[in-house]
Design a protein. Structure first.
Length: 77
């Protein structure tokens, strides 16, 4: 595995089991919340590196939010 040499951040789609409303953005920072029909919530956010992502996932854990999936997608220019 090679470290990324780019200064760009990667975006992530994080699916959680709970229905989160926009009040959670105060706790979670810059994140887009997309409610799903099945009661889950899709979070779209960007992180500079893996430790930043890990810190965010730790925040979710501390808030007792169940993470279902984490998917990375590269930002296009």
């Amino acid at each position: 595995m090679q470290p990324s040499s780019s200064n760009q951040s990667d975006s992530y789609q994080i699916r959680v089991k709970e229905t989160l409303d926009h009040n959670f953005t105060e706790w979670l920072g810059e994140v887009t919340l997309i409610p799903q029909a099945n009661g889950e919530t899709l979070l779209i956010c960007s992180f500079a590196d893996q430790p930043a992502l890990r810190g965010f996932l730790d925040q979710l854990w501390n808030l007792n939010i169940t993470v279902i999936t984490v998917e990375r997608f590269e930002n296009g220019n």
